[in-house]
Design a protein around this ligand. Structure first.
Ligand code: FES
Length: 153
């Protein structure tokens, strides 16, 4: 097992859908002005998803979670790349980081999801596992238009 691989990792556990190419660590909501309306899948009315909340919806046969954090929307597949657990049902929190001078800080509050099965942690803004970029939950573009939140598939 490589040094950066989390304990209990299954190297073949990755899934091949959504945004998993790992080419960049951009958010799921970039560049949505020119989206084909046929690609928009309604998830929930804007007013029903408060800041700090999440909703999990079945969309085209996939369970996809949409989170609203600090006014931004993020969408992830509800499927853990460890052993397939319902990762988006886990605790949403932050993580311990460190400043350049070695001081511990609390980072990414409200943007780290811990899978309820074995505790693997992922950044909901890009789907990456906190300890290894080898593991990533598929993310989806998400947008809000005319009082409705949509995932783009
Ligand atoms: S299934 Fe094991 S941590 Fe998610």
């Amino acid at each position: 097992m490589p040094d950066d691989e989390p304990a209990g990792a299954d190297a073949d556990a990755g899934v091949e859908e959504g945004n998993t190419d790992g080419a960049d660590r951009g958010t799921a909501a970039e560049g949505l002005d020119d989206v084909d309306p046929d690609q928009l899948r309604p998830v929930i009315a804007s007013g029903e998803l408060e800041d700090g909340d999440r909703v999990i919806a079945e969309i085209d046969g996939r369970e996809i979670a949409v989170f609203r954090v600090n006014g931004e929307l993020y969408a992830l597949l509800n499927y853990c790349t460890h052993q397939g657990g319902p990762v988006c049902e886990g605790l949403l929190s932050g993580t311990l980081g460190m400043d350049e001078d070695g001081t511990f800080t609390w980072d990414r509050e409200g943007k780290v999801i811990a899978c309820p099965w074995h505790g693997w942690e992922f950044d909901i803004t890009d789907g990456y596992h906190l300890a290894s970029e080898r593991y990533r939950i598929p993310t989806y573009p998400v947008t809000e238009r005319d009082g409705q939140i949509y995932v783009v598939l």
